[in-house]
Design a protein around this ligand. Structure first.
Ligand code: TXA
Ligand code: MG
Length: 335
């Protein structure tokens, strides 16, 4: 079995066409791979209950099998299929933030293949609020396991074209739902232990989470020992070396002949024309706008094959925590 389709492999179809959703649902049901938009980034989806299909996801992404996938559902009722029990704090977080960019790590149901969870006794679940993601999961009639639809370690995709650039014909179909409105991956909270633990910062902020469940443990920051599978520090990384500038507003001294890119959170200055390319994430310093533009800007700079990318930091509050997390991972030394 494997992704029955009338289309060329890797074709991009507009998700506004209901026939595209039907084809995509058929592909998932028959064990194939569909890239689909969510509010955060594009996912590489397969039937979460089918181990052979999940194996194809790992292969297409060149993802190590110790790194578990996120399972996407369209309705809280589907939770019974994938989790064994729901702690009270999990219920509160669901009620507050689903559908939306929050992933919960919960005790897994036996029926979920070990490959999906990398052999862990927990499973990561989220209910996206993107209408195309929801329609696809409903059409497929099964939870959809999906990591970000990029090659392992590279910057996550926020457009259908980004998916095609990285994975091309390794996917059966790419559903185009336009650019992702949030732009950074979901916040991940583990409820495996009594105290909730933040495994990955995202657009649901720590402040928002704490308002619902009280204090939250934060897993160790980048560059310290990794605590969770897939939290390896060099992730979301460009090919081009990236250096984070020392402070907001700082600019680097360039070496003679150095071709450098600049990524900033405010309007460019006249003297910035010494950079080969400048990407302004938000000219007004709006963090939501910056997050939405971050990955596309990094990809554009990376495609220029520059000597180095310099990134201006932003304030580490609210969404700024997730933006700085991604920039630090991008800047982390190659292992
Ligand atoms: O916004 C998102 O979360 C996107 C969209 C497509 O939903 N997905 C995404 O998936 O970012 P991925 O695979 O790129 O990142 C999933 C992260 C990995 O770091 C993985 O290690 C972690 O979730 N994860 C998955 N299951 C886990 C588990 N049982 N325990 C701890 N971490 C887990
Ligand atoms: Mg990813």
């Amino acid at each position: 079995m494997g992704g029955e389709t009338n289309h060329v492999k890797g074709a991009i179809l507009s998700a506004t066409d209901s026939e595209s959703i039907r084809s995509a649902g058929r592909i998932i049901k028959t064990g194939g791979l569909v890239a689909f938009p969510t509010e955060t980034v594009y996912g590489l989806g397969c039937d979460a209950m089918n181990a052979d299909a999940a194996a194809k996801v790992f292969e297409a992404k060149q993802r190590p099998q110790f790194d578990p996938l996120i399972v996407h559902i369209a309705d809280p009722k589907q939770l019974d299929v994938v989790i064994e029990s729901l702690p009270v704090l999990g219920r509160r977080l669901m009620d507050a933030f689903w559908p939306g960019p929050l992933t919960l790590v919960l005790p897994k149901q036996r029926a979920v293949p070990d490959l999906v969870t990398a052999g862990l006794s927990t499973v990561a679940v989220r209910m996206p609020n993107h209408p195309v993601a929801q329609a696809l999961i409903r059409e497929a009639g099964t939870p959809i396991a999906g990591p970000s639809a990029n090659l392992f370690g590279y910057v996550s995709p926020t457009t259908a074209q980004h998916v095609a650039d990285g994975l091309g014909s390794k996917v059966d179909l790419i559903l185009d739902g336009g650019p992702c409105p949030v732009g950074v991956e979901s916040t991940i909270v583990s409820l495996a232990k009594p105290q909730p633990e933040l495994l990955r910062p995202g657009s649901i902020t720590i402040e928002q989470l704490s308002a619902v469940v009280g204090s939250i443990r934060r897993s160790s920051p980048v560059n310290e020992a990794t605590t969770a599978p897939g939290q390896s520090s060099r992730h979301y990384a460009t090919e081009t070396h990236l250096t984070i500038l020392v402070s907001v507003g700082a600019r680097p001294v360039l070496k003679d002949g150095e071709r450098a890119g600049l990524l900033i959170h405010s309007q460019a200055r006249e003297t910035d024309d010494r950079f080969a390319a400048v990407e302004v994430l938000s000219s007004t310093g709006d963090l939501k706008e910056a997050a939405r533009h971050l990955f596309a800007a990094l990809r554009r700079l990376d495609s220029l094959h520059l000597d180095r990318i310099y990134a201006e930091p932003c304030k580490e509050e609210g969404l700024g925590v997730a933006i700085m997390d991604r920039l630090r991972r991008c800047a982390a030394p190659r292992q």
